[in-house]
Design a binder for this molecule. Structure first.
Ligand SMILES: Nc1ncnc2c1ncn2[C@@H]1O[C@H](COP(=O)(O)OP(=O)(O)OP(=O)(O)O)[C@@H](O)[C@H]1O
Length: 313
């Protein structure tokens, strides 16, 4: 039998242990907005782009330069704003994920990284005023908490123009809006807009016997911003984001070829401990390619690779 004094002593000791545990946990694991938790691993990002991202030589080069340039400036003139364009499964979300992983210790799960999807977060047109208010408050609150916050807007082509206008004040060269400085924030916009033009151009390059690696940003950049601007389905439409040059970089994501899909399959298999070139080729061949005759480009990029691999393992 335990006597009362001994029991109380045990409780106090246990409480102390729990308190110490909680203190240690919060001391060592609480994410904070400082260099310990947020610092760009340039080498890591270069390595990831080189070894894990396939078929996107333009995006790799531009994003690396943009991020290095902006993040190495202690006093940037405006937030970094990048607009990534391309068809489904070409790696726009994947690149955002790699960037977040190499900038924030907690990657995409960092409390300083915010991902918005038009259809998920802003589904009802009739609530647009409310969304505008909420979004502005959210951005303001989070940049106040951490100036080096990252905001990723997916499905920009489905985003109501009013919402884009709502975030415009934060993207400008102004040093402060309502006493908050937004110039260290990073805004990434993802969309399928312009994908058709990018694919057409890539296809014509391949048909002429050249490689997709020979395509230069200048061949696509201007056309891309014009397409985005003139496309009535584009969230940028009617907004003056483009007119006022608030987007720093329009970045094309090229359609993926058979060899890139092979690399995606190989990477997925290796992550499961499998090395087998025969299976790599079989799975890559099971995806759909176009044009029908030449079968040069994957219709869905690498998007369905995981589900195809699942069929085999
Ligand atoms: N270029 C690529 N290199 C390596 N893996 C890729 C590439 N593109 C896509 N993938 C793989 O396919 C998955 C789906 O791609 P991702 O979500 O990035 O496409 P997306 O361009 O954002 O498409 P969507 O427009 O449909 O959102 C990624 O998680 C990644 O595993």
């Amino acid at each position: 039998m335990l006597n009362g004094g001994y029991f109380i002593a045990m409780l106090v000791a246990l409480g102390g242990i729990i308190y110490m545990g909680m203190f240690t946990y919060s001391y060592f694991s609480c994410e904070s907005c400082d260099n310990e938790w947020i610092s760009l691993d340039v080498k890591g990002l270069e390595k990831d782009f080189k070894h894990r991202l396939f078929g996107q030589h333009i995006a790799s080069e531009v994003i690396l330069k943009a991020v290095k340039g902006s993040l190495s400036t202690p006093d940037p003139k405006k937030p970094l704003t990048m607009s990534l364009h391309g068809h489904s499964g070409t790696g726009k979300n994947f690149v955002s994920q790699l960037l977040a992983q190499n900038l924030y210790k907690n990657g995409l799960t960092s409390q300083y990284v915010h991902v918005f999807m038009a259809t998920l977060h802003f589904p009802h047109v009739q609530l647009i005023d409310q969304y505008q208010n909420d979004l502005q408050k959210w951005i303001r609150g989070n940049v106040t908490l951490c100036p080096r916050s990252m905001f990723i807007f997916d499905e920009m082509d489905k985003m109501h123009p009013g919402l884009i206008n709502a975030i415009k004040p934060f993207l400008d060269y102004t040093s402060e809006v309502d006493k908050v400085d937004y110039r260290k924030a990073i805004f990434i916009f993802l969309s399928n807009t312009g994908g058709d033009k990018i694919n057409e151009h890539t296809l014509s390059v391949l048909m002429s016997g050249k490689t997709s690696e020979s395509i230069k940003l200048s061949e696509l950049e201007e056309e891309l911003s014009m397409t985005v601007f003139n496309n009535s389905n584009s969230g940028f439409w009617q907004t003056n984001l483009i007119q006022t040059n608030l987007i720093d970089y329009f970045i094309p994501f090229l359609p993926l070829e058979f060899k890139h899909v092979m690399s995606c399959v190989r990477a997925e298999l290796e992550s499961r401990g499998v090395k087998n070139e025969g299976i790599v080729a079989t799975i890559a061949s099971s995806l759909v390619y176009y044009p029908k005759e030449e079968k040069l480009l994957s219709v869905k990029g690498c998007k369905t690779v995981v589900s195809k691999v699942n069929l085999y393992f």
